[in-house]
Design a protein around this ligand. Structure first.
Ligand code: PMP
Length: 455
């Protein structure tokens, strides 16, 4: 199938024609990419046969593990039966209908309709446009502003990068954020709540939303969008008091609450939805990644009956949609994937067994001098590295401690993700205790090596 090439020839060809996402193209020439050849379960192998345990589940998306033959068979059968069907012009397909029914059935109370897209970015782009459409139809077209948070990540399109609170994405020639987006601080207790109880800090951080709504004027704000646990911006687990208070503030000012469940949806935190575990119910929910375990791209924007009622009762065409909205093969794979998650009681297993085990093993790493904070919930963990936990002194970012660790771990058989000096671990939902031990052992060795190198 492939041309017979050495690893270096693959890497040279990679640099010659392929532009990777979120990549420094100059440094790629000095340190070329690893070339992955195959993957099975929680392991992947590069073209030289080196095995890596994937504690990133791809990008937090390979929920049921790699190489599931059942999903491959469902995809192949669907491509033979109905390879494509658009959802425009009063046309539909049974796979998309059944998946929308299924998603509504497992969604938080009050959800009623689903809009399908292909990526997490498109699901959030849809949520943004939908929130504005909703307020237009309700006769409040001036309600336009969408509020996100510092270090929030919602995608890489112009609007979702604007909504994201990642400064490096706003710069770099992009001139973002676009008008109509605002940001509040993120509920990072370690960084912003020193000396304050978690409960008190959570309430104070949620209060920043009320301050921002009042500053902008409640009649100008369409929606607040947040990840239940911030992922790409640094694995930030909020205090328990945070989301209920955010939810109260949204209700008070009639601001739509959008939960970006692209990373947390379908069980990662031991709940079907991340927001569920924090006791808040959104008006709009976006999901992707684990929806198909990344066997094919698919995302969805799920909306409440009260939002849907406005769209339906007011009528008028909504000029929004994509060629691949409701793509039958992706919907068929999602249905089969959700059935596997359910049949194997993966969420129950995470909440009762493997999640608590993972959490306790991650917490053990707190004793290492380089680890200044650990946070874990279900199979979602963040480990902050720094010089001193007591004084909360971090490393100079220029040193690149996190990326150094990411590379060292990879060279020693473990994939984990660095966001600055915070390491994020998101193993596939099927990870076993023995595999968690392997992940923690290599993580420990990585952090010990980093301490020797940087202290
Ligand atoms: N929202 C969240 C919370 C995410 O983690 C991501 C991707 N990491 C996205 C949105 C964007 O998804 P995609 O890359 O599929 O566009």
């Amino acid at each position: 199938m492939f041309r017979n090439r050495s690893t270096q020839q693959w890497q040279d060809a990679d640099n010659t024609n392929y532009l990777h996402p979120f990549t420094d193209y100059k440094s790629m020439r000095e340190t070329p990419a690893r070339v992955v050849a195959r993957a099975e379960g929680v392991y992947m192998w590069d073209v030289d046969g080196n095995r890596v345990i994937d504690s990133m589940a791809g990008l937090g998306c390979v929920a049921i593990g790699y190489g599931n033959k059942k999903l491959a068979a469902v995809a192949a059968a669907q491509l033979e039966k109905l390879s494509y069907c658009h959802s425009f012009f009063r046309t539909t397909n049974r796979e998309a209908i059944e998946l929308s029914e299924k998603l509504v059935a497992i969604s938080p109370p009050g959800m009623s309709h689903v809009f399908f897209t292909t990526s997490g970015s498109e699901a959030n782009e849809t949520a943004i446009r939908l929130a504005r459409r909703y307020w237009d139809l309700r006769g409040c077209p001036e309600r336009k502003v969408i509020i996100g948070r510092d270090n929030g990540y919602h995608g890489s399109t112009m609007a979702t990068a604007s909504l994201s609170g990642i400064n490096t994405m706003h710069g770099a020639g992009g001139d973002l954020p676009l008008p109509g987006f605002a940001h509040i601080g993120c509920p990072d207790h370690f960084l912003f709540g020193a000396g304050e109880s978690s409960e008190a800090f959570g309430l104070r951080a949620a209060g920043w939303l009320e301050d921002k709504i009042l500053e902008l004027g409640p009649d100008k704000v369409a929606a607040f969008v947040g990840e239940p646990i911030q992922g790409a911006g640094g694995a930030i687990l909020p205090p328990e008091s945070y989301w209920p208070e955010i939810s109260r503030i949204c209700r008070k000012y009639d601001v739509l609450l959008v939960s970006d469940e692209v990373l947390t949806g379908f069980g990662r935190t031991g709940h079907q939805w991340g927001m569920q575990g924090y006791g808040a119910i959104p008006d709009i929910l976006t999901c992707a990644k684990a929806l198909t375990s990344a066997y094919v791209p698919l995302s969805a924007t799920i909306i409440s009956q009260s939002v849907a009622d406005v769209l339906i009762e007011q009528g008028g065409e909504w000029y929004h949609g994509f060629t691949y909205s409701g793509f039958p093969m992706a919907c068929a794979v999602a249905l089969a994937n959700l059935a596997i998650i359910e049949d194997e009681d993966m969420i129950g297993r995470i909440s009762r067994d493997i999640g608590p085990y993972f959490e306790s093993r991650i917490q053990e790493l707190n004793t290492l001098p380089i680890v200044v904070d650990t946070q874990a919930r279900g199979l979602f963990a963040g480990i902050k590295l720094g010089r001193n936990a007591t004084t909360r002194t971090l490393f100079d970012e220029e040193l690149g401690v996190g990326p150094w660790c990411m590379q060292w771990a990879l060279d020693n058989g473990l994939a984990l993700r660095a966001m600055g000096d915070t390491m994020m671990l998101l193993p596939p939902l099927v990870v076993t205790r023995e595999q968690i031990d392997e992940i923690v052992d290599i993580s420990r060795a990585t952090f010990e090596a980093a301490w020797r190198h940087f202290s």
